[in-house]
Design a protein around this ligand. Structure first.
Ligand code: ATP
Ligand code: MG
Length: 300
């Protein structure tokens, strides 16, 4: 897996030093009379894993679509490595988008294509490579996310849930992105598979010097992977490192991080064990807590 790691380090070399990876300023999103975001700010520094949290309908997906340039906000700016997306033409926007890797929560893979073919799709679209190089490069991505070589020739229906998440990640990494966006990457996984995915993500983020923005309801994942968290409340975002967020007095944040689910992290009383406090992944993933409740209690 050495060559893949080397290759990916270049991804950050392209990032201008000192400029935040993402800078959202004063963003307003409205649907008819419904105001979803009201002067929302968000900053993601290069090289961090940033978690987006918020109640259902608080506007997490809308924010993600805004950052991805799929939806123009009514007001405000979205800068990606210093370039304001809201002012770019279609051609430039396409260029910026080619530097993104995205995994969507549902329907991540084309069911009629094998894993390898799925991973090759963005490559075919953006690179001009010969068949053999394409196969080799795609296989590299498949192995990079910890899938066995055989999995490359299987169809999504022949994979486990955890393998599908990994395959989607392999496809998101197809073009060596600097920025990776994940929407609920561990939703629906059992706690052990989720912990393995988190560990993979932390490892890849460090090896490939990725900047990761992740929407998640999963407290385990947040504490294992995120450096900082942005919570959407009252149509704005409150961001801080884990320690700061956990001790934030906002009632929704208190409820979220200090409710029953949070108790097992020893968070009550603000004694956060901020596993990933460092800016660039000095921390290690922690083992999955025993007897973690699954599924149903995870929605906000
Ligand atoms: N295209 C659209 N047209 C009209 N309303 C929309 C549109 N997209 C989103 N909304 C509304 O904006 C609000 C925020 O939606 P969004 O999907 O961002 O929520 P969310 O925080 O991702 O919730 P969940 O956790 O349930 O996924 C919702 O009330 C939704 O109905
Ligand atoms: Mg959503």
């Amino acid at each position: 897996m050495g060559p893949a790691a080397n290759q990916a380090v270049d991804a950050t070399a392209a990032a201008p030093g000192g400029v935040p990876a993402i800078e959202v300023r004063g963003v307003v999103n409205r649907f008819g009379t419904q105001l979803v975001h009201d002067a929302l700010d968000m900053t993601v520094e290069a090289g961090e894993v940033f978690g987006i949290v918020g109640g259902s309908g608080s506007g997490k997906s809308v924010l993600l679509r805004t950052i991805l340039g799929l939806q123009r906000p009514q007001a405000g700016s979205v800068r990606v490595f210093g370039r304001d997306l809201t002012r770019l033409g279609d051609r430039e926007l396409r260029e910026v988008k080619a530097g993104y890797g995205v995994t969507f929560q549902a329907g991540a893979l084309f069911t009629s294509l094998t894993v390898l073919q799925n991973v090759q799709l963005p490559m075919i679209e953006h690179l001009s490579l010969e068949r053999e190089a394409l196969d080799g490069l795609a296989m590299l991505k498949v192995r990079l996310v910890g899938l066995p070589a055989e999995a490359a020739f299987k169809f999504p229906s022949q994979l486990s849930g955890g393998m599908i998440k990994r395959a989607a990640l392999a496809r998101a990494l197809a073009l060596d992105p600097q920025l990776l966006f994940l929407d609920e990457p561990t939703a629906g996984l059992d706690p052990i598979s989720a912990a393995e995915f988190d560990e993979l993500l932390v490892g890849l983020q460090r090896e490939l010097a990725l900047t990761v923005v992740m929407i998640t309801h999963d407290l385990d994942t947040i504490f294992r992977t995120c450096n900082r968290v942005g919570v959407i409340v009252d149509r704005k975002m409150i961001s801080d490192d884990l320690q700061g967020i956990v001790s934030n007095p906002h009632p929704w944040i208190q409820q979220y991080f200090h409710g029953d689910r949070a108790a097992r992290f020893g968070q009550a009383g603000g004694g956060a064990t901020a596993h990933r406090g460092e800016a660039t992944g000095a921390a290690r993933p922690v083992p999955v807590p025993a007897a973690t409740p699954t599924g149903d209690d995870r929605g906000a």
